[in-house]
Design a protein around this ligand. Structure first.
Ligand code: ADP
Ligand code: K
Ligand code: MG
Length: 473
């Protein structure tokens, strides 16, 4: 039969090959033969790898499409329905939008200078983006059932997972290569763009998964045979669901998925965001870190519109606020090493009809004249100069990457406070990343320094419901 014939052929070839090997006159000759073989296969492998990065018409097409940034108002409006149709709507928006945003990220990576783009950490990011982009291929048609939406959600979840340590990889990739690029502005533009694209991607994914989680919570409430109770209580007390769930989650009000409450949250948007609570939670975390590092920590004073509440996205702020407090705590502690008491760090909240502003004021000596705006450069840190970077020898280990993983995005700071944000300072990413995030959200981050006394940092962010809508995700 043909089958046997085929096997015979293969056998013959093997015998022939074996004989060839035996015929080599010397070991050296044999090794040259083997080396040529591996060289060939290596270069073939390299070619496939390289073409992986270059020839994908789908990516090229997606790069040309414009990004559709949603306003939080429309996210809230589209984030509810009686029959869960909003989940399908959200999934279909993501199905179109995520590949486009990934392609824009890929475009940005392609535009990096050769020396940076070649770095293994940057290649790793590049490769992951392409891989994730291709995983969207299977969802080229409208998602029509909640069943197929479940499968799609796995992809969204994986995307968040692969996104986790991007900040650490970027930090690593630029740290080694930036010395070959003379223009700081060039580095800043690229990193700002990559970091804010990533922020947008993360927020969209988290939002979609949170919407799912919230609709499941509704289901649990209903299936627990308390359907009637819910209905009755709702009629008497609009806050029933929120009190029911908050008794499970304690007073932890971070933007953590585990304590999403359906009345107060629409996806990742908190209807009753409280700036005061954000500061309280961030201060708790930073005080612990500061105590670990210095054995002391300044107190925090909060004043201004401490009772204000309005709809906002806590997630990015849960990154920015701890970063600003860490800097103020460090400056205060180091500037008052020899005194018996530390001056307070004072945060003032102001809310008006357009925006809300945090002023973080410390008596940490201020930003020296010679530094000025350099503090907003990526990788710039005075901790490096003083050789007191607490993570120096850990910089290349997984430990440091893990730290950045979790501090890399706000939401994690409450959930994994024990590992996350475990670093007081040293990477020089805190201020530039916070500024990039603030600007992505249509806000600003600036400072005034009273050299010799201390500094004021101003974080200004736009409210959602103003015209024209400034905030877009
Ligand atoms: P890192 O904290 O890792 O050093 P950052 O980007 O957060 O990086 O800050 C950069 C530098 O700006 C710090 O190393 C410090 O020298 C300076 N800086 C930031 N905030 C303050 C502050 N409140 N008071 C004095 N110096 C500050
Ligand atoms: K910096
Ligand atoms: Mg810092």
């Amino acid at each position: 039969s043909t089958h046997n014939y085929h096997n015979d052929e293969i056998l013959k070839q093997i015998v022939k090959k074996k004989q060839q090997h035996l015929n080599y006159s010397s070991m050296a000759e044999h090794q040259t033969y083997c080396k040529r073989k591996t060289d060939q296969s290596e270069s073939r492998e390299r070619l496939t790898t390289i073409s992986y990065f270059y020839s994908d018409p789908e990516i090229d097409k997606a790069t040309d499409k414009p990004v559709t940034r949603l306003s939080p108002m429309s996210m809230m409006y589209m984030g509810v329905s009686d029959n869960n149709s909003h989940l399908l709507r959200s999934a279909n928006y993501l199905r179109n939008e995520l590949p486009i945003r990934l392609a824009h990220m890929i475009k940005e990576l392609r535009n990096l200078p050769f020396i940076v783009a070649c770095h293994p950490s940057i290649l790793e990011i590049h490769e992951r983006c392409i891989k994730t982009f291709r995983q969207f291929d299977q969802y080229d048609k409208e998602i029509k059932t909640l069943e197929s939406e479940k499968g799609f959600n796995n992809l969204v979840f994986n995307m968040l997972e692969m996104n986790k340590d991007i900040l650490a990889l970027l930090c690593d990739g630029f740290k080694d290569t930036r010395r070959y690029i003379s223009s700081e502005g060039y580095i800043k533009t690229h990193l700002n763009k990559i970091l804010s694209t990533r922020l947008g991607l993360r927020l969209l994914c988290e939002h979609h998964l949170a919407l799912n989680k919230q609709s499941n919570l509704n289901k649990i409430l209903l299936s627990n045979d308390i359907f009637e109770k819910v209905e009755v209580k709702r009629a008497n007390n609009d806050n029933f669901t929120s009190t029911y769930l908050s008794s499970n989650s304690g007073d932890n009000t971070n933007g953590n998925l585990s304590n999403v409450r359906d009345d107060e949250w629409v996806g990742i948007i908190h209807q009753k965001f409280s700036p005061k609570k954000l500061i309280d939670n961030s201060a708790k975390l930073v005080t612990r870190l500061c105590m670990e590092k210095y054995g002391v920590a300044p107190k925090i004073k909060i004043d201004g519109h401490i009772n204000s509440q309005f709809p906002y996205l806590p997630m990015p702020l849960e990154y920015i606020m701890p970063e600003l407090l860490k800097n103020s705590f460090r400056a205060t502690t180091e500037n008052h090493r020899n005194s018996s008491s530390l001056p307070d760090v004072c945060v003032t909240i102001a809310v008006n009809d357009r925006d809300f502003i945090f002023r973080i004021r410390d008596r940490g000596g201020g930003i020296p004249h010679a530094l000025g705006d350099k503090i907003f450069d990526y990788h710039f840190s005075t901790a490096n100069e003083n050789k007191e970077k607490e993570v120096d020898d850990k910089m290349n280990s997984n430990f440091s990457l893990d730290c950045l993983n979790t501090s890399g995005f706000g939401m994690m700071c409450s959930a994994s406070a024990s590992q996350g944000l475990a670093v007081m300072h040293g990477y020089g990413f805190g201020l530039p990343t916070s500024k990039a995030y603030a600007e992505y959200l249509g806000g600003t981050l600036s400072f005034q320094s009273m050299q010799g006394i201390g500094s004021d940092f101003y974080l200004r962010l736009s409210l959602f419901d103003i015209e024209p809508e400034v905030v877009r995700i």
